[in-house]
Design a protein around this ligand. Sequence first.
Ligand code: HSE
Length: 430
Amino acid sequence: MAFKIGLLGLGTVGTGTAEIILDPAGRNPLLKEIEIKQAGVKSLGKPRSVNPGVITSDLEGIVTDPEIDIVVELLGGLEPARSLILKAIDRGKHIVTANKAVIARHGDEIYTAANKAGVYVLLEAAVGGGIPIIKPLKQSLGVNRLKSVIGIVNGTTNYILTKMAAVGADFDNVLAEAQKLGYAEADPTADVDGWDAADKIAILAAIAFGGRIKREDIPCEGIRQINATDISYADKLGFVIKLLAIAQTNNNSQDDTLQVRVHPTLVPKDHPLASINDVYNAILVEGEPLGQVMFFGPGAGAGATASAVVSDILNIVGILKSSGKTRNLDPLLSCSHQHFATLTPLEEIETRFYARFLCKDIPGVIGHLGTSFGAHHVSLESVVQIGFQGELAEIVVVTHDVKEGNFRQALAEIRTLEAIDSIPSILRVL
Ligand code: HSE
């Protein structure tokens, strides 16, 4: 008996998924037991690599087809994906999805419905494309007391930052080139403003730290403000700039809030994430007693993402084969969260900072900066004055770990100093 799947979407990842299922030779033998019963598309006219007989524009018909065991949602976006997933769950179908946006924003509703209906919602492809990270976090690393999950999880921004560093170019020029080459979308907002990375870290944090995450509470800064000057200073100081998605516990054992944030970050050149370049993704997980483990690979693309989609389909097929259509969900594959995690307020987070000041080149400026920082308990790791912008001297400061609130208060005071012209850049340091 074949296990019947319904594909919602035959775009890049949908086509890659169909290609793996239709060409099982040399792959896991369970693939031969999967049949694409229907594949739903928005427009019927285009040539497709699957049997035209299974293609339909009736997406509702797929999620209500009584013969379909697993609905594979590869439409992306919030609607109609959310409604179709909920309807499929209501009809007792298992779900495989690559849709990080719908899970990050509506995961609570979707997993509550899935647990009630006794069906799985698997999402390996939603984070890191072809990199296995969801199942390792849930299963292989699940016995560790996890401390941090830090990822470069957006290929577009990693490509842009890598190119900016390599050629010394500013953001706008590299974005335009990336769009011409097809590496960045015509509307790059979700990638360059960090929203895609925030969706992904919301999902990883929920799995790693066992509490749902309110996506809208995640502080999120993108890379539009990064420029060649800061990349060059970072380089001189021993750092590269990466867009990091961070989820970590606080060092203080009394504080059970969780830090979840996305922002460009100065990463020391000898850190494992510093050498992840171009469109690649990597996720560094640290836990006790394991220590550090890093997952690295292609974070997007038809074949890589389809590999993760089909591995989820296989997981469900394996369960259905061994136990029939059971309503007792395997807790290592289903969602067991009952509550939302409390996120640490940004001003309470302790991190190092990099700040670049433009100021008059007069005696005492560095002293004034030091006094203001000191008054707000901000300890400095280094202060350098290397360049000029016209008449103005450029001073770059790197702090030790400080509370973000204290650092911001010091900056507010510094902005009022007579000798300070402006503070063009403020970045966090890993
Ligand atoms: N837009 C994403 C990226 C790929 O640039 O990494 C899909 O998650």
